[in-house]
Design a protein around this ligand. Structure first.
Ligand SMILES: C[S@@+](CC[C@H](N)C(=O)[O-])C[C@H]1O[C@@H](n2cnc3c(N)ncnc32)[C@H](O)[C@@H]1O
Length: 256
């Protein structure tokens, strides 16, 4: 079980995530901050809706596990009902900057828990040519594929796939990797996923940058000797902090 030290959560948050989220130390300090976060969320929602309209896709509506009773998948390891919410459009540019030393022409951009595929569309717009989404829930993966067909099929030099699969046991492409994880799961799924990713890199060493948003398990990444945290530049940090109340980080695979 973890605890809050100087306002930061230290330890294993997934054992009781709900308790962690309700801890007073995580609650916004005062009305001003609360209202600021509300305004930022509304602003992001407005911009995300605008983006959907421009692309002719739908990625904004949240999806809850309780809405997916007929879905043929096991949700027993999920701790909260909210399953799908997307990375705000405004964050993508600054958030993937730590990966800028990896060639977008030859690497694969992988979204772990791709949902309705907003980050896949954003990745193509930012110049990535090989794009892979992995989504556990078949209906969400299908919506993601529909969205990609609308938004990406005119980009003839982009190869994309939004696969219905469990990311904790997936096989990664044989290329350098830019991996996005936008709060896909907690422990113990996170442990299985990380082990699988790092085993893949150990067996076939190559460049890998992991971008982790809403990073409740980031202490597990910091504890790994084969991963190194990459610092964001001040301009990106400011941009991300101002637009986003959630923690985030980036890590690089350290080849032996
Ligand atoms: C917070 S949403 C993020 C969606 C997307 N990355 C985005 O930013 O638009 C997390 C997604 O991870 C998916 N997910 C959860 N567990 C998964 C697993 N084991 N394998 C693949 N996808 C998973 C959920 O179904 C959900 O769509």
């Amino acid at each position: 079980m973890g605890q809050f030290v100087d306002g930061k959560f230290v330890g294993d948050p997934s054992k009781d995530k709900l308790q962690a989220l309700e801890n007073p130390a995580r609650k916004p300090i005062g009305l001003l901050r609360k209202n600021y976060i509300r305004v930022m969320m509304k602003l992001n929602h407005f911009l995300d809706k605008h983006y959907d309209k421009k692309q002719g896709i739908e990625t904004c509506d949240l999806v809850f596990i309780s809405d997916l009773k007929d879905e043929p998948v096991d949700f027993s390891e999920f701790l909260i009902d909210e399953l799908y919410g997307a990375l705000p459009v405004t964050l993508f540019g600054a958030m993937h900057r730590p990966a800028e030393n990896i060639s977008k022409q030859t690497c694969t951009f992988v979204d772990i828990g791709a949902g309705k595929a907003r980050p896949l569309v954003l990745a193509a717009e930012h110049g990535y040519k090989n794009i892979l989404g992995i989504e556990y829930v078949p209906s969400l993966a299908q919506t993601g594929r529909d969205n990609c067909e609308i938004a990406l099929n005119h980009m003839k030099d982009v190869v994309w796939e939004n696969r219905t699969a469990d990311a904790t046991s997936m096989k990664y492409p044989d290329t350098d990797l830019v991996v996005l994880a936008c709060n896909p799961f907690d422990r113990p799924m996170f442990d299985r996923w990380l082990k699988n990713l790092l085993n893949d890199l150990r067996d076939n060493p190559r460049e890998m940058v992991l971008i982790y948003h809403h990073s409740i398990c980031s202490h597990l990444l910091d504890a790994r000797p084969d991963l190194e945290r990459i610092e964001y530049g001040l301009a990106d940090q400011l941009k991300i902090h101002l637009l986003n109340p959630h923690p985030y980080g980036a890590w690089r695979y350290k080849r032996a």
